[in-house]
Design a protein around this ligand. Structure first.
Ligand SMILES: *Cc1c(COP(=O)(O)O)cnc(C)c1O
Length: 397
C-alpha cells in the first residue's frame, strides 16, 4: 500500500506514452554502434569529435590512473587537489582565453554550483525558457528570485531587467541550445546585460569543441569572450571525457572555491579523467581537421535534407526534426532504428507539448555515406507517416 503510488505513476507514464527505459550499448560511443544487440548508425551521440574512444585519450586515462590512482580520494579543498587538476585548469583557462578556471565533477554539478553560489537571497536570475534542466535545477537550489524570459527574446529579457530592482542580477543562457541546436543571441544579450549591470553566465556544453573557429565556445565564436563573466562548459560532450569547467577571473574562481557548495562538498574529478581531458584538449588544438569534418557533415546533412524538400533550422551539430505527437515521435524513431539508423525521439517534458521530435546529432566520425543514408531514411520514414516539414501531418486524401 505504502508503495502503490509507484505503480500508479508508472502506469500513468505508459498510458501517456512517456515511459522511459534504458537501452544497452555494447560498443564504444562511435559512428557505428551495437545497441540492444543491433548494429546501427549512431546519430544520437554527444561524442562530436570521436574523442570518447580515441586511442590517445584512452592511453592518457590509463597513464594518469597509473600515476595518481583512479579516484581523487577527497574533496579538492581537503586533499583531493592534484597536479593534474591544476594542469587541466591552467590549460582550460588558456584555451578559453580566461584568467582562471575551476573544474567540477559534472556539468550538472557545475550549474547547480554556479547558480546557487551567485544567486543569494537578494539576487534575481533571468533564465531563457529553453535552458538545460541543470540550469533550471540550479535556479531552484538558489535562494534567488527567478524570472524566465521567452526563448532567445532579448527584448523580453531587457523588459524584465529594467523592471527589476534586485541588487544583483544574473542572466543565464545555453550557448548552443541542447534540444534545438540554435545559438544564443550573445551580441544582444551582452549589450543588454551590460546596460543593466547584470552578470552573464553562458553554458557551452554543446558549443565547446563544436562551434567555429576553434571550438572555444559560443562567446569566442562571436568574439565576446572577454565580455562574459562566467563561461561554463563540459568535458562530457565534444571533449569525450567527463566533468565540467567554469572559466572566469581569478577573483571569481577564488570566490567559488570559498562559497560554492557543489564544489566544496563533492569529491574532485578523478585524476585519470582530468588527464584524459588534457589529452583531448591537445588533440583538439593539434587536429583542426576534426572540427572541419564535423562542419562538413553538418553542411552535407542540411544539403541532403534540402534536396528532399526538408528545411533544417539548425546550423550546429544538433538538428531537431519536428514530428509532433509523442506517439508519432517514438514510432518514427523506432522505424528508423529498424532501418539501421539510431536517432533518439525527444518528448515532453524535455520539449514543449506537441513538439516531439527526432533529435539528430552529427559527428566528425560519420562518413559522407552515413550522413546520406541518415537523410534518406529519415525522409522515407516521415513521408510514410505523412509528416511534413513543420511536423504537421498532411491531410490524408
Ligand atoms: C549535458 C549538459 C549539461 C550537463 O552536463 P553533464 O556533464 O552531463 O552533467 C549541462 N548543460 C547543458 C546545456 C548540457 O547539454
Amino acid at each position: 500500500m505504502r508503495l502503490s503510488f509507484i505503480d500508479e505513476e508508472i502506469v500513468a507514464l505508459k498510458e501517456k506514452g512517456r515511459y522511459r527505459f534504458l537501452r544497452r550499448l555494447s560498443t564504444p560511443q562511435d559512428a557505428r554502434i551495437v545497441i540492444e544487440g543491433e548494429e546501427v548508425l549512431n546519430f544520437s551521440s554527444n561524442n562530436y569529435l570521436g574523442l570518447a574512444n580515441h586511442p590517445e585519450v584512452v592511453a592518457a586515462l590509463a597513464d594518469f590512473a597509473a600515476r595518481y590512482g583512479v579516484g581523487a580520494g577527497a574533496s579538492r579543498l581537503i586533499s583531493g587537489h592534484m597536479d593534474v587538476h591544476a594542469e587541466l585548469e591552467e590549460a582550460m583557462a588558456r584555451f578559453k582565453g580566461a584568467e582562471a578556471c575551476l573544474t567540477f565533477s559534472a556539468g550538472y554539478m557545475a550549474n547547480l554550483g554556479i547558480l546557487s553560489t551567485l544567486g543569494d537571497s537578494g539576487a534575481t536570475i533571468f533564465s531563457d525558457e529553453w535552458n538545460h534542466a541543470s540550469i533550471v535545477d540550479g535556479c531552484r537550489l538558489s535562494r534567488a528570485r527567478v524570472e524566465v524570459y521567452r526563448h532567445a527574446d532579448v527584448t523580453h529579457l531587457e523588459e524584465l531587467l529594467r523592471a527589476s530592482s534586485a541588487r544583483r542580477k544574473i542572466v543565464v543562457t545555453d550557448g548552443v541550445f541542447s534540444m534545438d541546436g540554435d545559438v544564443a543571441p550573445l551580441p544582444d544579450i551582452v549589450e543588454v546585460k551590460d546596460r543593466h549591470g547584470a552578470i552573464l553566465v553562458v553554458d557551452d556544453a554543446h558549443a565547446t569543441g563544436v562551434l567555429p573557429p576553434g571550438g572555444r565556445g559560443s562567446a569566442d565564436a562571436f568574439g565576446l569572450s572577454g565580455r562574459v563573466e562566467i563561461l561554463m562548459g563540459t568535458f562530457s560532450k565534444a571533449l569525450g571525457t567527463y566533468g565540467a569547467y567554469l572559466c572566469s577571473t581569478r577573483r571569481m574562481v577564488e570566490f567559488f572555491i570559498n562559497k560554492c557548495r557543489p564544489f566544496i562538498f563533492n569529491t574532485g574529478l578523478p585524476p585519470a579523467v582530468a588527464g584524459a581531458t588534457l589529452a583531448s584538449l591537445g588533440i583538439l588544438a593539434r587536429e583542426p581537421e576534426r572540427l572541419k569534418a564535423l562542419w562538413d557533415n553538418e553542411r552535407l546533412f542540411r544539403e541532403e535534407m534540402g534536396a528532399r524538400g526538408r528545411r533544417v533550422e539548425s546550423d550546429t551539430a544538433i538538428v531537431p526534426i519536428l514530428v509532433g505527437s509523442d506517439g508519432d515521435t517514438m514510432a518514427a524513431s523506432r522505424a528508423l532504428f529498424n532501418r539501421g539508423v539510431f536517432v533518439h525521439g525527444i518528448r515532453p517534458p524535455t520539449v514543449p507539448e506537441g513538439t516531439g521530435r527526432l533529435r539528430l546529432t552529427l559527428m566528425a566520425t560519420h562518413t559522407a555515406g552515413m550522413v546520406r543514408t541518415a537523410a534518406e531514411r529519415i525522409d522515407e520514414v516521415l513521408r510514410e507517416r505523412g509528416i511534413g516539414n513543420d511536423g504537421t501531418v498532411a491531410a490524408k486524401g
